[in-house]
Design a protein around this ligand. Structure first.
Ligand code: GLA
Length: 728
């Protein structure tokens, strides 16, 4: 049993393989958070001491030692004397903003109930779920806290369902997915910030007193702040120490907050961003928050990452694509941008086939009259005049070459210069009487309106029915503004951000039901929507529009803290690179792209014979190692912010019989120190032979003594080592 309930003490103990999570309803009915960390068997309520604090309110009159302001709670209310970050905020019918939640029963079920309209962590029947009801009888609000325990995966999935049990309307102003109080200790937080072309840069901060917050108000999970944070002990490293992940399964606005308070306790809250959000709960209505995926590891950040990778691969990405290697593709974007016709695309396809590639993806520019980024979004009809043939004919010729065919869409957008806009100008998000803000010359469709989702479903289906298409790249190329819907009443405009995401998820769901074999790669101007919500539909996501292998080291490293390598869209592109102008050896570009979905995004006709030879070798190596890369354990080998002038990471097969180590020099120095690393994840007892040599090392030697490389020469050299188990 992964969920234990002790009736006499009203204690709940959630147990995963290596962690314990405890809470309890105390005698006044507050649901206290007791403990989250390494597995324990005791009742951890001894950790909570009621100590009076001046200026902290006392809900039970004269009992000055009892204060919601100092007690650790599971889901903090607001306005009744807890001055820390709330999990839930409301405005009642009479204008009152107070919420005081107390325990009102529980239920434990095998499996889980899944939300109808949102992505969720998929169960396999082995998981158990605890539902705890909290109520505020004064305003008639119920909060059902859901905890699904994935024991093997060391994961607890939390969400809240908030129901209006009263006869009057309640406005929900904040509804977090999870709130956890850590009573003692000092913590660091890793968050993943960035910008277009530099997503998910890991930054580690020491949590100061007061509030630290990260999030997105861009209508997308964003390049700028990923909906994933890690709280860790200050001494936690990549391979040792306690750390906790909070990953929100949502692709819209989100907020991650941490507050270190007057008593030295730390509260962490994650959920949809309350700015601009409100939800009208009429009598009987419920609101379901997105899920938050929590995980704890005592084995450092690499340990935590491994847990998230396994969970996302086993329980989030569509089942159809689990363990499936993405075909090695050639993408037309950096090869031709908008300048192509079918003849050119077919020439690319022929060259790509000769080099061993397996799929051609036709990127932006095949529809409407789109020859630049100023028109035609929304008009998902093939530009036959530009192509010189139908999409069906093009797809047939590509398939005849033995390649699969993929196509780019940007469904949630509309160009002012489009047939769709001329017909339905009110389908774009826009405030009344205000000219909407453009981004990349385009407006955003109002995905909250069912008729728009219907239109997109029909328009995309018509294309997918017309030609054989195995893969869709689903783009989203601007931040959202003018969040106003012609389809919602004035009182409900605060619901739009959330309803927008529900519309997008609905469209994805409908398309996948109709085309169950279709592989959808997520994309949002690169990695602007790289989150667990999108991974529910898309087994892979284009990681960044920055394809420079050296920049990618940082981007892919940051991404790896939460997300598996097999989800990371990564291509070899031209050198000098189109975003930075940096020249990087083809071998290095291959090594970096190999730690991802692997493909090419360059003009194959412009390659020298030597480059072609190198590409053939890269593709052969990808075939050899892709199982190890996509199914193996991944380890970062440098600490974040280490002074190393190289990046190193490795993969180890589940049975520890094989390992692949990668190292890329990011700054070459004359007469510098030898690049040196300690390997991870091997079996200390096993012997490993360095492939291509007769050198044999024990796992213990490679992990404790490490391995040093020859001093490289030249910019951005990459080195790869393949170790195979052997007998001594
Ligand atoms: C975005 C994507 C790119 C490419 C362009 C096309 O920027 O991230 O890969 O598809 O759009 O306009």
């Amino acid at each position: 049993m992964s969920i234990q309930h002790i009736e006499s003490t009203r204690l709940f103990h959630l147990k995963t393989k290596n962690s314990s999570y405890q809470m309890k309803a105390d005698s006044p009915g507050t649901l206290l958070h007791l403990y989250y960390g390494e597995a324990v068997t005791d009742d951890m309520s001894y950790l909570v001491r009621c100590t009076g604090r001046p200026f902290s309110g006392n809900p039970h009159g004269q009992d000055g030692s009892y204060s919601l302001d100092t007690l650790p709670q599971e889901y903090a209310g607001s306005g009744v004397g807890d001055y820390r970050l709330p999990a839930v905020q409301v405005i009642a019918d009479n204008g009152s903003r107070s919420v005081n939640l107390t325990y009102n029963g529980f239920r434990i079920i095998r499996g889980r109930e899944t939300p109808a309209d949102l992505p969720y962590v998929r169960g396999d029947g082995r998981e158990e779920t605890l539902e705890i009801a909290l109520r505020d009888p004064v305003i008639g609000l119920q909060v059902q806290l859901n905890y699904t325990v994935f024991e093997e995966e060391d994961v607890i999935v939390r969400s809240a369902k908030i129901t209006n049990l009263s006869e009057k309307t309640i406005h929900l102003e904040k509804a977090a997915s999870a709130c956890i109080d850590f009573l003692y200790g000092r913590y660091d937080m890793l968050h993943f910030h960035g910008r277009h072309c530099m997503e998910r840069r890991a930054e580690r901060i020491h949590l100061p007193n007061g509030i630290s917050s990260f999030g997105s108000r861009r209508g997308m999970s964003s390049h700028h702040s990923n909906p994933f944070v890690i709280l860790c002990d200050t001494e936690c490293t990549e391979n040792a120490g306690n750390c906790y992940g909070l990953m929100l399964m949502y692709s819209g606005n989100h907020l991650e907050e941490a507050e270190r308070d007057q008593t030295g306790s730390t509260r962490v809250v994650t959920g949809i961003h309350p700015d601009g959000f409100s939800w009208q709960l009429n009598p009987g209505d419920s609101f379901q928050t997105p899920e938050a995926i929590l995980s704890f590891s005592a084995a450092g950040l690499n340990g935590l990452s491994g847990q998230y990778h396994r969970l996302l691969l086993k329980h989030v990405i569509p089942e159809k694509f689990r363990g499936v290697r993405c075909p090695v593709l050639i993408n037309s974007w950096e090869a031709a941008y908008f300048d192509f016709d079918a003849e050119k695309i077919l020439r690319f396809a022929r060259s790509a086939k000769e080099l061993g590639m397996e799929m051609l993806v036709l990127d932006d520019g095949w529809f409407g009259h789109r020859d630049d980024d100023k028109s035609s979004l929304g008009d998902w009809t093939v530009n036959e005049a530009k192509l010189g043939c139908s999409l069906k004919a093009l797809s047939e010729q590509i398939h005849a070459l033995g390649l699969r065919f993929g196509l780019w869409f940007e469904p949630e957008m509309i160009s002012e210069d489009s047939e769709l806009y001329r017909k339905h100008p009110d389908w774009a998000l826009a405030d009344p009487d205000r000219k909407p803000t453009q981004g990349r010359n385009q407006l955003v469709l109002d995905m909250s309106r069912p008729e728009i989702v219907d239109y997109l479903f029909e328009a995309m289906s018509a294309v997918l029915d017309h030609a054989q298409i195995e893969y869709v790249k689903w783009d989203f190329n601007r931040s959202v503004a003018n969040l106003y819907s012609a389809g919602l009443s004035a009182q409900r405009q605060g619901e739009l951000g959330y309803r927008f995401m529900l519309g997008t998820y609905r469209l994805l769901d409908r398309l996948l039901k109709r085309y169950p074999d279709l592989m959808i790669e997520g994309c949002a101007g690169g990695g602007g929507r790289f989150d667990a919500g999108m991974l529910f539909y898309c087994p892979q996501i284009w990681c960044s529009d920055d394809t420079d292998a050296i920049e990618r080291l940082e981007i892919q490293r940051g991404t790896s803290y939460g997300y598996p390598v097999s989800a990371v869209g990564s291509h070899v592109s031209a050198s000098p690179n189109h975003q930075t102008g940096r020249a990087v050896p083809l071998y290095t570009r291959g090594i970096v792209a190999q730690s991802g979905t692997f493909g090419y995004e360059l003009n194959p006709e412009a390659l020298s014979d030597a480059d072609k030879e190198e590409i053939r070798k890269q593709i052969a190596a990808y075939h050899q190692y892709s199982g190890l890369i996509t199914q193996g354990r991944y380890y970062r080998l440098n600490e974040l912010d280490s002074p190393d002038e190289f990046s190193a990471w490795m993969f180890v097969s589940e049975d520890q019989s094989e390992a692949l180590v990668n190292l890329v020099i990011s700054h070459i120095r004359a007469n510098g120190p030898l690049p040196f690393i300690k390997l991870c994840g091997l079996s200390p007892e096993k012997a490993y032979r360095l492939d291509g040599t007769d050198q044999v090392y024990s796992g213990a030697a490679l992990m404790h003594g490490g391995y040093s490389f020859e001093l490289p020469f030249g910019d951005y050299t990459a080195m790869q080592l393949h170790f195979l188990e052997t007998t001594l």
